[in-house]
Design a binder for this molecule. Structure first.
Ligand code: CS2
Length: 496
């Protein structure tokens, strides 16, 4: 079977959108750290649109910092891949050509540092997930006891962390009197650019105070809000489009394809050290302040996502759209959006927040996207602080509604206990899984003890929430209910 490659795309079926710029002359201007499915469906999608309309030397050099799998998917097919938008209206296929190469950091860290330090690179963007920042979620400070940070402070010539790679490349530029680049965080963190600036400059300070001062004066760290639902690609997905990509009757294999919803949004602080693609002319919102957009999205979308992920998984639902087929869960989500989260949001003038909430529920219900509750449940210790706990603190301070926020925390605690309601093991994927499991195991049979132990983990909950009786009691009551009658019955009783 043919593999997707640059020599056959001209013969693909005519309903498939192709690059309209000359890819043979395209030069790189961006390095991306963490070239997973989300980047390929979001930032690369927007960059492709800008290249198609305006050209420019904004090709992307992708890189992986953990495994060679994406490189092995893309490089054999000239880094071309199919972006498949799926909804009830069917599928739309587009070949993305913006990615020119894919490097694997651990295989040759020096090559990646050199690529990032090359003067033609104006932007280094990141989708490294919340845990990739090596920060304490509760304080935002660089975690100097993180093994990767300890390594990189000793071996900056061969970094392993994203932060180490960024600092190594900036140090190369600093030493060579070159311009700095823009560091563009595209992860679901509040004030993601500020979080990135803090950890990068705290790391640089350990090397040389003058270097840290230079970074602050020359590099920029725009905050962004990114939004597109992009489930992990499955082999079934790859198989399903082989025939759709047929050339002369021969199916074509695309190992690097990505599936996503039609909806996409990108809001970016317009502060770039050395230029950017014309993203503003292809639907990206360039603004002075991203915070209000980010708060709306992190609380209404991601907060609901995480709450549905834990309650849905424990109720036996594999996919988010299945959770949204349950009337009690729809009522839970509607109430959460109106009350616990909605009460803390002041929408910008002219922004139809009710239409936005309705659109979110429709997006969650997209049957064509098999978005696994298990995937969203990953890394809860890194996600809950900005998705549920910040909202909780505001509601506690204002004596507002906290019930569903506590339900979400209780469902997470039930999930990280590692055993589901049928007694089967749960594969809990979280950088703090050992500490979380130990807190649960030490309090088997005591929901109150589990809440005390887990909420006492300061890296996640800070030092304040453990002392809030209202929060601890309400969360304990939910966890007791979950153990007494199960999550599904508890949700159905409360939100029928
Ligand atoms: C999801 C997000 O996996 C998760 O944690 O909540 O990836 C979500 O799909 C995106 O933020 C949507 O923009």
């Amino acid at each position: 079977m043919n593999r997707l490659n640059k020599n056959l795309i001209a013969d693909l079926p005519k309903d498939i959108i192709l690059p309209s710029y000359d890819r043979n002359t395209l030069k790189p201007g961006i390095v991306h750290l963490g070239i997973g499915a989300f980047h390929r469906a979001h930032q690369a999608f927007y960059t492709e649109a800008a290249l198609n309309k305006f050209g420019g030397d904004w090709g992307i050099i992708g890189s992986s910092l953990r495994s060679a799998s994406v490189r092995d998917q893309l490089v054999p097919q000239d880094c071309l891949y199919t972006l498949v938008e799926r909804s009830g209206d069917g599928e739309k296929l587009q070949i993305i050509g913006a990615v020119l190469d894919t490097l694997v950091g651990p295989e040759n860290p020096a090559a990646l540092v050199a690529q990032m330090a090359a003067s033609n690179i104006k932007i280094v963007s990141l989708t490294i997930t919340e845990k990739g920042y090596c920060h304490d979620p509760a304080t935002g400070n660089l975690n100097l006891s993180h093994p990767d940070i300890i390594h990189d402070l000793e071996h900056l010539h061969a970094p392993v962390s994203a932060i180490g790679f960024l600092v190594a490349a900036l140090k190369r530029r600093f030493d060579n009197n070159q311009k700095a680049f823009t560091l563009l965080s595209c992860d679901n963190l509040p004030n993601n650019g500020e979080v990135l600036e803090k950890v990068v400059t705290q790391f640089a300070q350990k090397i040389s105070p003058d270097f840290a001062v230079w970074i602050k004066a020359n590099a920029t760290f725009p905050c962004t809000m990114i939004d597109r639902i992009v489930p992990a690609t499955t082999d079934e997905d790859r198989h399903d489009i082989e025939a759709r990509l047929s050339v002369n009757g021969e199916p074509v294999r695309d190992e690097g394809m990505v599936v996503c919803e039609p909806f996409t949004q990108w809001v970016v602080e317009d502060k770039f050290a050395d230029g950017r693609p014309e993203w503003d002319k292809v639907g990206v919102l360039l603004v002075e302040d991203v915070r209000v957009f980010e708060k709306i999205k992190l609380r209404l979308l991601n907060g609901a996502h995480s709450t549905m992920a834990y309650t849905g998984y424990l109720s036996g639902f594999q996919y988010i759209n299945e959770v949204m087929e349950q009337p009690a869960f729809v009522n839970l989500v509607k109430t959460y959006m109106a009350r616990e989260a909605g009460e803390t949001i002041i929408a910008p003038a002219g922004f139809d927040i009710e239409a936005y909430k309705q659109q979110l529920r429709e997006r969650f219900s997209n049957k064509a996207l098999k978005h696994r509750t298990w995937q969203i449940a990953m890394d809860g210790s890194q996600k809950l602080p900005q998705r549920l706990l910040e909202t909780l603190r505001e509601q506690l301070a204002g004596n507002g509604h906290i019930d569903i926020l506590c339900l979400g925390v209780a469902a997470w605690i039930r999930y990280i206990s590692g055993v589901d309601e049928k007694g089967a093991p749960i594969e809990v994927s979280d950088p703090l899984v050992k500490e979380l499991r130990a807190a649960c195991d030490a309090n088997q049979g005591s929901p109150a003890g589990m809440v005390q132990a887990v909420v006492g983990i300061q890296k996640v909950f800070g030092t304040d929430l453990i002392d809030d009786a209202r929060f601890v009691q309400t969360t304990t009551q939910w966890l007791e209910r979950f153990y007494a009658k199960g999550v599904l019955a508890s949700v159905q009783d409360a939100f029928k």
